[in-house]
Design a protein around this ligand. Structure first.
Ligand code: NAD
Ligand code: UDP
Length: 321
């Protein structure tokens, strides 16, 4: 039978895809969002389902709802967005976690926290395993996000130990795909939009820093499996272990788009992690999950989405970040 599921941050990039997946599985979905980085455009097609509801609400405030499961995704994810109001970013992670955990405790719902590879900071262990405690600057410009997410994990495990709340913690590594905001400043969307416009591709630093990019469909399969597997809590890495330098990513985007763009160097922001690659042994063993879509194929799907959007809704590209 279908469950009633709350998705906080449901109007964002991942939240909108997740809401759609859950509706297709036959569940009722309550999408909660304050529209800071999310958008009604991402979810307007979901209103064709009677089982879809939208609540405009801020997770820093408590909310009373009757639900069976909660996916807590509410939090700006791109550096320009989470650094725009850093105090609010920490509040969103910390108070948001307290509020969804309180709700889960009251209604006995299972609750999943969208944590991040950023809990490992600028990692000294490579690839990153879940047992690694990380290397995070507590007072830098990324700290509002990194430390907020770390405290959220602490709260999840303390509610689990203290109040027996049924928790799941997923550590998401760089995920990309259709419905990323073209101006959110993340590397995949930036490079694709720049390439499609034949504008300079902006590499921060020398482009030797690495990331491992996971396509959205793979990520959501892993997240959904973690939520619905009994007897585990995580934290669990979900991501694609194929690692690329940022320069390699720029070259791939130029090649696939056939763009005339040139690569230009820009200053490297402080605390930018030098390397990032998930060790997904735990996900393979406990969920039987591994990603299926590799970078080339995922980039093609995302490039098709952005080039379609440029034709159909060019005004989105002018929206202020
Ligand atoms: P996103 O910015 O597209 O989505 C975040 C959503 O949360 C938006 O709809 C936004 O309006 C909403 N939101 C923000 N603050 C809120 C608040 N106080 N109350 C209610 N809603 C609020 O980002 P995304 O990429 O979809 O990320 C979703 C989640 O996954 C985030 O928690 C993020 O930290 C986590 N994550 C994402 C990635 C990634 O690569 N995409 C990597 C690691 C972790
Ligand atoms: N980056 C870049 N050019 C851009 C945007 C990002 O070189 O136009 C780099 C950024 O410095 C970082 C990497 O790409 O090293 C990934 O950045 P993103 O903001 O997507 O995610 P995060 O740093 O949080 O992993």
């Amino acid at each position: 039978m279908g469950k009633r599921i709350l998705v906080t941050g449901g109007a964002g990039f991942l939240g909108s895809h997740l809401s759609e997946k859950l509706l297709k599985q036959g569940h009722d979905v309550v999408c909660l969002d304050n529209f800071f980085t999310g958008n009604k455009r991402n979810i307007r097609h979901l209103f064709e389902y009677d089982r879809f509801e939208l609540v405009r609400h801020d997770v820093t405030e408590p909310i009373l709802l009757e639900v069976d499961q909660i996916y807590n995704l509410a939090c700006p994810a791109s550096p320009i967005h989470y650094q725009y109001n850093p105090v609010k970013t920490t509040k969103t992670s910390v108070m948001g976690a307290i509020n969804v955990l309180g709700l889960a405790k009251r209604v006995k719902a299972r609750v999943l926290q969208a944590s991040t590879s950023e809990v490992y900071g600028d990692p000294l262990v490579h690839p990153q395993q879940e047992g690694y405690w990380g290397h995070v600057n507590p007072i830098g410009i990324r700290s509002c996000y990194d430390e907020g997410k770390r405290v959220a994990e602490t709260l999840f495990f303390d509610y689990h130990r203290q109040n027996k709340v049924d928790i799941r913690v997923i550590r998401i590594f760089n995920t990309y795909g259709p419905r990323m905001h073209p101006n959110d400043g993340r590397v995949v969307s930036n490079f694709i939009v720049q390439a499609l416009r034949n504008e300079d591709i902006t590499i921060y630093g020398d482009g030797s820093q690495t990331r491992s990019f996971c396509y959205v469909d793979d990520l959501l399969d892993g997240m959904n499996l973690l939520m619905n597997t009994d007897g585990i809590t995580g934290p669990m890495n979900i991501g694609n272990p194929n690692e690329f330098t940022i320069k390699q990513l720029a070259e791939a985007v130029i090649r696939i788009t056939g763009s005339k763009s040139k690569i230009v160097a820009m200053p490297l922001p402080s605390d930018d992690p030098k390397q990032r690659q998930p060790d997904i042994t735990m996900a393979k063993q406990e969920l039987g999950w591994e990603p299926k879509i590799q970078l080339e194929q995922g980039l093609m799907k995302t490039i098709n989405y952005f080039s379609g959007l440029m034709e159909s809704e060019p005004e989105i590209f002018e929206e202020i970040r």
